[in-house]
Design a protein around this ligand. Structure first.
Ligand code: SF4
Ligand code: SF4
Length: 329
């Protein structure tokens, strides 16, 4: 049990799907040595199959009695997608080759279904869902490991793999319902997001949060009442865990995308409410999403009337420095 818990909040109303976070993570941690296919941070379109494909249906996590549920290990070709290269050498060095093409025949990959979403014009909808390991308080990966190779750091609750203990059995991958732990075939061990702990120890936020163009990511300790993370999660209760029904008690929270464009009737007139169905948001974020939506919309109205709203000021994210509170680690 960790003494303190670091958490991240992501405001989905502001994510533009630019993948800057993904690139920041990939260039720092996963572009080499068997990690090429891994995305410790990915940003997927929802509704959608996501990455790895159909991860929400891949099992793991806990049932209502606290028992670990069976899960699958996603397939490299059909669920993750083998990273491919292009025929640049042939194209630029051979006059007969005129088409740029991948050197494999991919059938799936990250963002394969980007921007597809659901619904019909003019009421189609989608939103971006950035995902990292949730550094869960009750991690399915940890519970599934017979080698006790996965642990939570006492000082901040970051979940790490002890590579000296890991034997590459991959039970952790089946046990994680978010499929955010990966097998590295080059070293035969499991690896995952480390919440950029070397940066955290220097008082810096993880690279994905630091680079986020949309300023959607807040980082801080859940017991630090002055942190914006605390205010979003506990004070205003507008930041919710993803798939709380998986039972792992995630420590990444999301402000749900309730500020979507309106639906239109057959004559093209706007209707009341956002376009993303609340039932879908309830599936992702649990029943608390209704109260969170009410709070967000009423605080937004207050701000429109020119009244004070601490919540809206936090979410607008005027100051990058205020979004991260790590010094007390
Ligand atoms: Fe483990 Fe998955 Fe939770 Fe990360 S998200 S701590 S890999 S169960
Ligand atoms: Fe979304 Fe920020 Fe990542 Fe861009 S950098 S995709 S805005 S989370």
């Amino acid at each position: 049990m960790a003494k303190r818990q670091l958490a991240m909040v992501m405001d989905l109303n502001k994510c533009i799907g630019c993948q800057t976070c993904t690139v920041a993570c990939k260039t720092q941690w996963t572009n080499r040595n068997g990690r090429e296919y891994m995305y410790w941070n990915n940003v997927e379109t929802q509704p959608g199959a996501g990455y790895p494909r159909n991860w929400m249906e891949a099992g793991g996590g806990f049932d209502a009695d606290g028992n670990l549920k069976d899960g699958i290990i996603p397939d490299m070709v059909h669920d993750y997608g083998v990273p491919w290269d292009y025929n640049h050498d042939e194209l630029f060095g051979n006059a007969e080759e005129t088409v740029l093409k991948p050197n494999t025949d991919p059938v799936w990959g990250p963002n394969w279904d980007e921007d597809v979403g659901e619904g019909d014009f003019p009421n189609s909808y989608f939103f971006y869902l950035p995902r990292i390991c949730n550094h869960c308080s009750n991690p399915g990966c940890l519970a599934a490991c017979p080698r006790e190779a996965i642990f939570k750091r006492e000082q901040d609750g970051i979940v790490l793999v002890d590579l000296d203990r890991c034997q590459g059995y991959r039970y952790c991958i089946a046990g994680c319902p978010y499929k955010k732990i990966y097998f590295n075939p080059k070293i035969s061990k499991s690896e995952k997001c480390i919440f950029c702990f070397p940066r955290i120890e220097r008082g810096l936020p993880p690279a994905c949060a630091h680079q986020c163009v949309g300023r959607i990511r807040f980082v801080g300790f859940l017991d630090d009442e002055d942190s914006q993370v605390y205010k979003l999660v506990h004070k205003y209760k507008v930041a919710l865990p993803l798939r709380p029904d998986f039972g792992t008690q995630p420590n990444v929270y999301y402000v749900p995308p309730v500020l979507s464009p309106p639906k239109f009737d057959e004559e093209g007139k706007p209707l009341e409410g956002g376009r993303i169905p609340m039932e879908y948001l309830e599936k992702l974020f649990g029943p608390e999403v209704h109260k969170a939506a009410e709070t967000l919309l009423s605080e937004m109205e207050k701000r429109k009337r020119g009244e004070e709203s601490e919540l809206m000021d936090i979410l607008i994210a005027y100051s990058h420095a205020d979004m991260f509170r790590l010094d007390e680690n």
